[in-house]
Ligand binder design. Structure first.
Ligand SMILES: [Zn+2]
Ligand SMILES: [Zn+2]
Length: 721
């Protein structure tokens, strides 16, 4: 029969049946337009047996309107969409939408007009025309591009078009990308690197699912090593997906890629222009995009010939998406590789405990690069006990760190001070009446940003000018900044070393790829003596003259104490420490702490990574936390506090419970007000044997909640606020 089941891209509707008109082919995975009442909706033809829907009599079926001119989503991608929706308790339509993430691309190929010289000469040659014709030799582009190249107005060029000197050419909008050459500049690998590269190349050649954990200290040359697997995939005509955590800060990676392969990779991230997005999507779907470097959303794209997935900096928490479909890209990458039958490589110097656990179990094959490339040695790490070495009042740098900075300045070497707190001060209060500045739509303090003279909420983006008087008591000159942010540390350093050249490196100051590139260039050219930065500087930078890393407050990440606090602190400080002494000069790391005996801090100081992971693993086992048990968070929110509270209370009265699953809550979430919504939270802890997702779905589906209440389910949550 000509009945087809469509996954309608509308989370509330999901599956509907339609009729396939005579003579139209639409195999599973085809993207179609279908009528819905008086409207049109987009949908994907789905495998009927895998998508429950309402049986409608054949004669009542409406025909689909159109099959869109894009390749059907292949079966492995459809299975991935199903798995993701099921595992993360998300609507199938919301997950499927991520695969079709370019509206423009779905309309099919299309053309545009470009111009180039025809070889003719104008009737009247002027100096300006002559110069323009010279400049345009061998060029082709839009009117605007050519005007830019020739340095004349578009009007001058139009005159030349009218005389037939410049001719229009019709070109495809989606121009092909420059090809990457696997043999452009093969590297000189160390014997260790060569061994690891050999294993990865073998796995790409075998074209079978195989997960790897590439575990190598910072500076060991992990990237060059997995580039050999990328090269092998290119030789085999396969596509490669490389996931990176911070796509805005990939300058260094892109330069290395271009040096190795002679061309840039295809980029995929949320700030692409719609034309770039369209071009990338179509090239990914037709197989002509060879290597795609993307943020987590690149995972769901319709690759035509995927041969390898790499997740670089795989420990990064930014691979976890915390709104919309709440998925962890690291875990979904492994699933995609499984469905596609290709190898996947998780790359990290400080792997997530879950990944190490899988490697220790033998589920992932572990590949190690235990030493630094080119003979550079790991930095020397020492603790500064702040209970003995007290900084002066309202100052945060202790004497040993100040001495070490001074020494670097004398030697002409660079230093990096790390504090994971943007802005000037995390809290501002009134000395006169005690008023604290709070966000109007979140239960959070406003952070002072002195560089922009603003108080800002880091949760919702609310900003206001720093007032001259206290809004509560009206007193002037009474506001006090409490605690340090990076801007305040910069002030302290400026006071200590007025002649030093400083750079503050945070998401505020490096907010665009251009600004990030300028910062990197300045640091490489030694135009910066001291960098003061947040977690942004823990990633991927490589400055040969940087020999000192100072961790201003190692205890910061341990406060608040969520499940991963210890691991996150360890990985963050180990990563930032890895920035020191990456070339010939040895590095030194000073870690300021009030708790030198805390297991995380002691492990950092002694370099006992295995010991830290072993202790952390045991405490997770005791708590039934991942990877031994599972957590889920359920947040109910509403703009009306009473409505949210009542809905949570009603849900709480029927909460499920069994030997292998228990539910805590409801309780006001730690961030009880966020973006104007009041939030109540349940935490679920389950053994691995419990059917967690099914229990949650059944529980929530049994309650009809008011339309103002939103329910968010977060499986394997990273954020506990
Ligand atoms: Zn006041
Ligand atoms: Zn806010």
């Amino acid at each position: 029969m000509n009945r087809i089941r469509i996954l309608v891209l509308n989370a509330a509707l999901s599956a509907l049946d339609y009729r396939l008109p005579e003579g139209v082919a639409a195999p599973a995975g085809s993207v179609v337009m279908a009528p819905l009442g008086p409207r049109k909706v987009m949908g994907i033809v789905w495998d009927e047996g895998r998508l429950p829907g309402e049986e409608i009599a054949v004669e009542r079926l409406r025909p689909i309107l159109e099959v869109l001119p894009v390749p059907p989503l292949a079966a492995p991608l459809r299975r991935l969409i199903e798995w993701t929706a099921d595992y993360y308790c998300a609507p199938l339509a919301s997950v499927a939408r991520m695969a079709l993430a370019s509206g423009g691309a779905l309309g099919g190929p299309s053309t545009m007009t470009e111009y180039r010289l025809s070889g003719g000469v104008p009737e009247r040659m002027t100096a300006q025309r002559h110069a323009a014709i010279e400049a345009l030799a061998g060029q082709q582009g839009t009117m605007r591009e050519l005007a830019g190249i020739a340095g004349v107005s578009e009007g001058v060029l139009r005159g030349l078009v009218n005389q037939g000197v410049i001719a229009p050419v019709t070109v495809k909008i989606d121009r092909p990308y420059a090809p990457a050459d696997p043999d452009h500049a093969p590297p000189d690998l160390s014997p260790q690197q060569a061994t690891v590269a050999g294993v990865l190349v073998g796995a790409v050649t075998a074209r079978a699912f195989q997960p790897f954990l590439l575990d190598g200290v910072t500076g060991s040359g992990k990237t060059e090593t997995y580039f050999e697997a990328v090269a092998q995939a290119l030789r085999m005509g396969q596509q490669v997906l490389v996931l990176l955590p911070e796509i805005a800060l990939t300058e260094n990676f892109l330069a290395r890629f271009a040096a190795r392969f002679g061309a840039a990779p295809v980029l995929w991230h949320s700030s692409l222009k719609s034309t770039e997005r369209r071009r990338a999507w179509r090239a990914i779907a037709d197989g002509s995009a060879q290597v795609i470097v993307g943020a987590r959303s690149a995972l769901f794209l319709p690759y035509a010939r995927l041969g390898l997935i790499v997740v670089d900096e795989a420990h990064e928490v930014s691979f976890k998406q915390d709104d919309g479909v709440r998925y962890n890209a690291r875990d979904v990458a492994v699933m995609r590789a499984r469905f596609e039958s290709v190898p996947v490589v998780l790359v990290s110097a400080t792997p997530a405990l879950e990944s190490l656990f899988m490697a220790n179990q033998g589920t992932y094959q572990r590949l190690e690069l235990p030493s630094r490339f080119g003979g550079a040695c790991l930095p020397r790490i020492a603790l500064v006990d702040l209970t003995r070495e007290k900084p002066r009042s309202q100052r945060w740098l202790a004497a040993p760190l100040i001495e070490a900075l001074k020494l670097r300045l004398e030697r002409g070497e660079q230093s990096l001070l790390f504090l994971n707190r943007r802005g000037y001060a995390p809290l501002t209060l009134c000395r006169n009446c005690g008023h604290r500045f709070k966000c109007p739509s979140c239960s959070a303090w406003l952070v002072e940003h002195r560089l922009s003279s603003r108080l800002a909420c880091h949760h919702c983006g609310f900003e206001t000018r720093v007032p001259d008087t206290c809004p509560e008591c009206g007193e002037s000159d009474c506001l006090v900044a409490c605690g340090p942010g990076v801007e305040r540390i910069a002030d302290e350093v400026r006071e200590l070393f007025p002649e030093a050249r400083l750079a503050v490196a945070t998401s505020d100051t490096l907010s665009s790829p251009a600004r990030a590139a300028a910062f990197i260039a300045a640091a490489e050219n030694k135009a910066i003596d001291i960098i003061i930065g947040t977690q942004l500087v823990t990633k991927g930078f490589h400055f040969p003259d940087l020999t000192l890393v100072g961790v201003v407050d190692a205890d910061l990440g341990l406060e608040g104490g969520d499940l991963r606090a210890g691991e996150r602190t360890y990985s963050q400080i180990a990563q930032v420490a890895g920035r020191a002494g990456r070339a010939a000069k040895p590095g030194e790391v000073l870690i300021q702490t009030r708790h030198p005996d805390a297991p995380v801090i002691a492990a950092l100081a002694s370099g006992d990574r295995d010991g830290f992971y072993a202790a952390e693993t045991e405490s997770r086992r005791d708590a039934g936390a991942p990877p031994f048990g599972r957590w889920a968070a359920i947040i109910l929110s509403s703009e009306d506090e009473k409505e949210a509270r009542e809905a949570a209370h009603r849900l709480g009265q029927n909460k499920p419970g069994s030997d292998d699953l228990y539910v805590l809550g409801p309780a006001p979430a730690p961030l009880s007000l966020l973006r104007g919504r009041y939030r109540f939270r349940f935490l679920v802890n389950a053994r691995r044997s419990a059917p967690l997702q099914k229990v949650l779905r059944d529980w929530i589906a049994a309650h009809s909640l008011p339309p103002g209440v939103r329910v968010g389910i977060d499986i394997d949550p990273y954020s506990f606020v």
